[in-house]
Every structure is written in C-alpha cells, then in structure tokens.
Ligand binder design. Structure first.
Ligand code: GDP
Length: 272
C-alpha cells in the first residue's frame, strides 16, 4: 500500500492544481449555454443534452493581461504561456440553482462569478410578458439578490481565515439587439429592483413576526438584509463592505457582427 506521507503528497498536489475557476450563473435564456459552447466549439449553440453542470477549460489570450502576471518580468518564461482556467456553467432553472450555491459555499479555487443577464428581456419598454411591471427584471433581481446575500453571509462568517474575495461580473448580454438596455441602465434597473426585493423580503419577515434579531441569533451577527442597514436604495457599491466587487459589463455572444466578448476577457484577466 502507499505510505501515509505519499497520500498527503498526492492530496496536496491534486488540491493545489485545481485551475482557477469562474462560475457562470443567471436566469434561463440569458445566454450561458451560448457562451460556453462558443468557447468550447468556436460556435454558439443553445442546446446541450445534459442538465448537469458543464465545465470547459479555457486559456486567456496572450494579448489579455492577467493580474497574476503583473509583477513578473517579461523575461519570465511563465508569462509566455497561456493562463488556463475553468468556466463552469450551472443550469439556470430555479430548481437546479443549488448547484451554483453549493459551489459558492465550497469554493475550489473560485476566482469569480459571472451572472448573465438578458439585457433585452429586462428592458421595461419591451417586456413581452404583459405582466404588471417587468417579470423578467423582477426574477433576475431576485436571483441576484439571493446570490449577493449568500456572498455577504459568507464574508461575515467568522472563521480563522477570511474567505477570499469573490468578484461578481454582471454580464449584460445580447447588446447586439437594439431593444437591449446599455450596461449602465442594466445596472441601475437591477439596483432599483433589488431594492424592491429587499424591501418586500424585509416586510415579509415583519409580517411573519420574525424580527431581525431572531434571525441573527440574538446578537445581530448575521442579518438577512442585503447591503447597508438603512432603508435607502440598494447599490452594488454596498457589497464592497463584504469584499464583493460588482462590475456591470455589456457584450454579446451571438449577433450579426459575430460575438463581442472582449470586456469579458478583460474582466477574467483582471481576476485571474
Ligand atoms: P441559457 O439558458 O442561459 O443557457 O441561454 P442560451 O444560451 O440557451 O440562449 C438563449 C437564447 O438567447 C438563444 O436563442 C440564443 O441564441 C440567444 N442568445 C444568446 N446570446 C445572445 C446574444 O448575445 N445576442 C442575441 N441576439 N441572442 C443571444
């Protein structure tokens, strides 16, 4: 049998070689499969046979700077190699979301989360649902609210070692469509709608007779309230207190002019 110390060596080498991983989440139809298959096969496809998470191994283009290389000299041979990383898709269907949340709770070299949004679907003027307000925007905001709340709780969990920062990229996809909201408007629409989600969740708790202190285990340690305590508007900047940097970047995976995901590569490079 293998000597005990070798078990340790094998264990160490398998854990330390886990490639940097980015998680891809977001509502159904936002374009996650298209992005994954674009990178996997060079062409976007919208169908996959499996509902299980899919992970592809990618290399940062040599022309995109990687944060982890910035202190290396140009003569360092490691700067001549492509930086490899994994992109992990998680099925967007509500019932399957625990895949994504599991990965956040147990990160294996997790470098960041990409939350994909259909920027044409959430634009209020073009809502096709006919529902009061905009149903797509509301559902997207709920999903994002829950994800950010999870990251906030994770940051506030008292452990001997602080969990690493997890940046979040909100990808405003489908910007090739003229009905799509530009990235700054996607940002403000989501901030406004997350404020509504937060307020209605808070009100639900009051109505049920559960006070914030009950949830927090008495000491107000872990509040179920996203961002700063006040009643004011939620902004993504409030997440910085939990070491979560949120950026909103526009792109398109599909389109007459071909894919434009340059901003995506830049963000990955900054966080790799
Ligand atoms: P998923 O459910 O998040 O995996 O979304 P899919 O990748 O299946 O995409 C849903 C639909 O949006 C498909 O019909 C795609 O062709 C389309 N789509 C994805 N990305 C874009 C884009 O950038 N522009 C446009 N116009 N359509 C897109």
């Amino acid at each position: 049998s293998i000597p005990l110390f070798l078990h340790f060596v094998i264990y160490r080498s398998t854990t330390s070689t886990t490639l940097p991983t980015f998680l891809l989440v977001g509502p159904s139809g936002s374009g996650k499969t298209s992005l994954l298959t674009l990178f996997e096969r060079g062409q976007p496809a919208t169908t996959r046979t499996s509902q299980t998470p899919l992970t592809v191994e990618l290399s940062l283009p040599l022309t995109t700077p990687a944060a982890s290389s910035q202190y290396r000299s140009a003569a360092d041979p490691s700067t001549q190699f492509h930086k490899k990383f994994l992109l992990a898709d998680t099925p967007g269907h509500g019932k399957l979301r625990h895949h994504a949340f599991d990965t956040i709770i147990k990160p294996q070299n997790l470098k960041g989360i990409i939350f994909m949004v259909d920027a044409a679907d959430i634009s209020t003027s073009t809502s096709t649902t006919g529902a009061a307000g905009n149903e797509a925007l509301r559902q997207t905001a709920e999903y994002l609210h829950d994800l950010l709340l999870l990251l906030q709780k994770r940051a506030n969990t008292k452990t001997s070692r602080a969990p690493p920062d997890i940046p979040v990229l909100i990808a405003a996809n489908k910007l090739d469509l003229f009905t799509a909201l530009p990235a700054p408007l996607v940002k403000s629409a989501l901030e406004t709608e997350i404020t509504n989600v937060r307020n209605s969740r808070g009100k639900g708790l009051l109505d049920s007779g559960i006070g914030m202190d009950d949830i927090a285990g008495g000491a107000g340690e872990e509040r179920e309230w996203l961002g700063e305590g006040g009643e004011g508007k939620f902004t993504f900047g409030q997440m910085e207190e939990s070491n979560v940097q949120v950026s909103v970047v526009g792109w398109n995976v599909v389109g007459a002019e071909g894919p434009d995901v340059q901003g995506w590569w830049a963000w990955v490079g900054e966080n790799l």
